[in-house]
Design a protein around this ligand. Sequence first.
Ligand SMILES: [Zn+2]
Length: 154
Amino acid sequence: MTASRETESATEPGAAARPVPVPDDLSAPYWAAAAEHRLVLARCSACAAFAIPPDQICPHCHSTTPGFAFEPVSGRGRVRSWTTIRQAFLPGFDRHVPFVLVDVELVEQEELRMVGRLLDGPDAPVRLGASVRAAFEDIAPGVAVPAFVLEGAR
Ligand SMILES: [Zn+2]
């Protein structure tokens, strides 16, 4: 789910393009839904727990045949931690710094955590336990990356 490659940016000739996710068989449904601004997560068919990212073995019940199926989730959660990124370590992020990365526990399940960019800007009033909801950044034609925005901050 983390594999990426560099591509030419269609919108900014000459600018370093942001890495674009390259779906594999296991993550394809996740990225296809994200492109439509829907958040879906893999759920184990044996124990019904969500897993981020899905793997060959369920991290909850350790089934070796988890038969993960992707199901829509609310995208709502609470901030467990965050950090402000001030230096771009990946190509294509120079124009985004500084930005805030949040570690979010989704409401669907204890310890179900996603890390993403907080799109409210570097001075957003983020705090522990702040409510957030999923948002999506369109980074290339047909490619969107899940992120978060603060709930009720605007
Ligand atoms: Zn399981």
